[in-house]
Design a binder for this molecule. Structure first.
Ligand SMILES: Cc1cc2nc3c(=O)[nH]c(=O)nc-3n(C[C@H](O)[C@H](O)[C@H](O)COP(=O)(O)O)c2cc1C
Length: 309
């Protein structure tokens, strides 16, 4: 992937339920090609930072990779609680989620839902700007329910001086469907004093080359579902055996992590196939979905992975 003969920086997008530390370490070990991984958002629940979220970003579980934790909050005190916990773990780079479109979150004015409330974003940014020793980035949509709401958000970036803004050019209301609004993306990029990262719909290395040619000023690209579908996306020599090894690492990692009974483990492994290897033959995929025991799952997954060659 070239940008003016330089390799463009590749960031792995956060995907809640997919790109956790088990996935990240397996992707890094088997395939690589990612410059930094963004952790799925952490949040405060019942007055505490969720333990599961803290565990996911523990430095010892993420050794050897560059990991940027992400926070999702509307209330400044919740955001500061997470920032403090992350600082204590040694993090000095934190990503702020202004992009999540999931209605239970966005309708509570969090994630992309906050984009319709610049006053809340301002309050949040003012509180975060007061923290010393932390550099922020922002991951955002172009708006919540209108594609031009970013106009009121962009000037607020001055408060936190982000090292970049990653933009997914859809509104929150669009969720993951519908046209990518490249016109608004271009306008945002032109208006931004901060480096801009493109995110959305990059499924192949060719897609990345194309977006680079189109926008040579991009600071980086961020790849989500494309990389979840094909974790070997940046590894042109990847062999079927590499995908099997990647899958083995997931099975072992989740067996250790979940440690909570076979049914939960099987459900989690089945969920991986919602995004992983989407070209899997329908019958083989169905066998994975229908498996009830770990043995059944292993057999079904082995058949799907054998079909790779
Ligand atoms: C299942 C799922 C979970 C996601 N979780 C997060 C998240 O935790 N934080 C975030 O900023 N974005 C999250 N996203 C959005 C992705 O990071 C990304 O912005 C989006 O999928 C568009 O990029 P893509 O087309 O490369 O996948 C999630 C998306 C999906 C589909």
């Amino acid at each position: 992937m070239m940008n003016d003969d330089k390799k463009i920086t590749v960031l792995a997008a956060p995907l809640q339920g997919v790109t956790d530390n088990v996935w990240r370490m397996a992707q890094h070990e088997v395939f690589g090609g990612v410059d930094a991984y963004y952790a799925p958002f952490m949040r405060v629940e019942r007055g505490e930072v969720r333990r599961k979220d803290l565990r996911d970003v523990q430095p010892e579980r993420n050794a050897g990779i560059t990991l940027i934790p992400q926070i999702l909050a509307c209330q400044p005190d919740h955001a500061l609680m997470m920032v403090d916990a992350l600082k204590e773990m040694g993090y000095s780079r934190i990503d702020i989620n202004l992009g999540c479109p999931f209605p239970p979150i966005a309708l509570h004015r969090k994630g992309s839902g906050m984009l319709a409330y610049p006053d809340l974003v301002e309050e949040l940014f003012r509180a975060l700007a007061d923290v010393e020793g932390v550099e922020y980035s922002v991951k955002m949509r172009i708006g919540w329910d209108s594609n031009d709401q970013w106009h009121d958000i962009l000037p607020l970036m001055e408060l936190i001086k982000p090292c970049h803004i990653a933009v997914h050019p859809r509104t929150g209301k669009q969720q993951y469907k519908g046209e990518l609004d490249m016109e608004q993306f271009e306008a945002l990029m032109a208006a931004s004093s901060w480096p801009v990262v493109y995110n959305g719909g990059l499924h192949t290395v060719e897609d990345i080359d194309e977006i680079n040619r189109r926008y040579p000023g991009l600071a980086a690209v961020m790849v989500g579902s494309g990389l979840a579908a094909n974790p070997g996306m940046f590894c042109p020599d990847a062999k079927p055996d590499d995908y099997r090894r990647f899958h083995d690492l997931l099975v072992d990692g989740y067996t250790d992590l979940l440690n909570g009974g076979e049914a939960q483990l099987v459900r989690h492994l089945q969920d991986i196939w919602q995004t992983f290897l989407p070209d899997t033959d329908h019958k083989l995929f169905k066998a994975i979905r229908k498996s009830r025991t770990l043995d059944q799952y292993r057999n079904a997954a082995a058949a799907a992975l054998a079909a790779l060659g």
